[in-house]
Design a protein around this ligand. Structure first.
Ligand code: CAA
Length: 381
């Protein structure tokens, strides 16, 4: 077991940190208020290779490992978790799946611009009546010659308004249940394809989330990803990687909460002393640090298993379950340490709590992660 990062990984971490501080931090508070999408930041992230980090160079990516991706996600999310989720969806849910399961045509036409950050991707699995219960896809895709015709609706789609390309799960054969679900790549502007209003969210406010609608939307058969009936496997396999990204996003928020707590506790005076001298505060800081380190180890373990092409779905679920839980806890403790100042926008910690909460919900709720983990253990021979 080697806990050292390679020189390349350290370099990625440093450049992500520098970029986040210089380019993201100055506007993060304002974008949280205005809920404005960070167009310029995403464009620059693309130019630097952060939007297709794990995609091979021949497909336009940076050719890095999952550990590097985790490090970059932590640094970005430490400063702005909205940027974190936009980046995570493009990297893990869209690019990774297309590189693994797409045809040469799909890779050349769609993956390359996505990996270079010239285009943005979205992943559309959830529906109004199929969230956690994702096998119950009502969106239909009926074959018609060289096309599929899609009808239905998707919900809670990150990058839903600003994406160029959408991976959409739809049922091609109802009789086969989840083995009758397929995945399609749909371009923005395809007739019959529309989106709803930007959701007014509690946190990650500058990322965009909306519903999608499909009314007799014709998609060429070349845009079927993998095979007919493989759509649910595609979604689950991609989400396993996505869960590592969200674990890293949660870790970034937790680390930001800890850093803010340490800083504030050394500045704030009470009872004639800085509050960092009180055991009540010291114990909170110690608990936060231990939990963050444990969550980090789980996340790096899942990433390392993925990089060595071993089974990692249980570990990814564990990493997401624990990192998201401790992100909420760390943000709550940071608010407690800041007292009244923690409850107002002047300090950042109230945003950390609002941003942290979603990590327990999307890409599979904490309850779903527990299902995945317990089933993996109970099914082990
Ligand atoms: N990895 C690979 N395969 C998996 C899997 C995983 N983590 N979890 C389930 N599967 C497979 C099962 O092995 C099974 O395959 P077979 O039928 O071929 O054997 C199939 O999926 C169905 O699984 P179950 O029989 O266990 O079905 P279920 O309905 O009881 O449970 C579920 C399925 C695990 C609950 C699944 O529906 C699920 O993960 N739900 C959560 C969905 C989710 O994460 N949504 C996130 C939306 S995307 C998002 O949030 C992105 C964003 O914008 C930020």
């Amino acid at each position: 077991m080697n806990f050292d990062l390679t020189e390349e990984q350290l370099m990625i971490q440093e450049s992500a940190r520098d970029f986040a501080q210089a380019e993201i931090a100055p506007t993060s508070v304002q974008r949280d208020i205005s809920a404005e999408f960070p167009y310029d930041i995403i464009k620059k992230l693309g130019e630097l290779g952060f939007m297709g980090m794990m995609v091979s160079p021949e497909n336009g990516g940076a050719g890095l490992d999952t550990i590097s991706y985790v490090l970059a996600m932590i640094e970005m999310s430490k400063v702005d978790a909205s940027v974190g989720v936009i980046m995570s969806v493009n990297n893990s849910l869209v690019c990774h799946g297309l590189e693994k399961y797409g045809t040469d045509y799909i890779k050349q036409t769609y993956l390359t611009p996505l990996a270079k950050g010239e285009k943005l991707g979205a992943f559309a699995l959830s529906e109004p009546e199929a969230g956690s219960d994702a096998t119950k896809q009502k969106t239909m895709a009926d074959k018609d010659g060289d096309y599929y015709i899609l009808n239905g609706m998707k919900n809670w789609i990150t990058n839903g308004i600003n994406a160029d390309y959408y991976l959409v799960m739809a049922t091609t054969d109802k009789a086969k249940g989840h083995h009758g679900i397929s995945t399609f790549l749909i371009e923005k502007g395809t007739p019959g394809f529309g989106h709803g209003k930007k959701e007014d969210k509690l946190g990650i406010r500058s990322s965009d989330t909306c519903s999608l609608t499909f009314e007799n939307c014709r998609v060429p058969k070349e845009n079927l990803i993998w095979d007919e009936g493989k759509g649910f496997s595609f979604a689950m396999n991609t989400l396993n990687g996505g869960r590592i990204g969200i674990a890293a996003q949660a870790l970034g928020i937790a680390e930001a909460s800890l850093q803010a707590s340490v800083k504030y506790s050394k500045e704030r005076k009470a009872f004639g002393n800085t509050i960092s001298n009180f055991q009540a505060i010291q114990f909170k800081i110690a608990d936060m640090a231990v939990k963050i380190d444990a969550a980090k180890l789980l996340t790096f373990k899942a990433a390392a298993l993925k990089d060595s092409e071993k089974k990692y779905y249980k570990e990814a679920a564990m990493a997401k379950l624990y990192s998201s839980k401790i992100a909420v806890e760390a943000a709550l403790e940071a608010i407690q340490i800041h007292g009244g100042y923690g409850y107002v926008r002047e300090y950042l910690v109230e945003r950390y709590l609002r941003d942290a909460k979603i990590t327990e919900i999307y890409e599979g709720t904490s309850e779903i992660q527990k299902m995945v983990i317990s089933r993996a253990l109970l099914d082990e021979k």
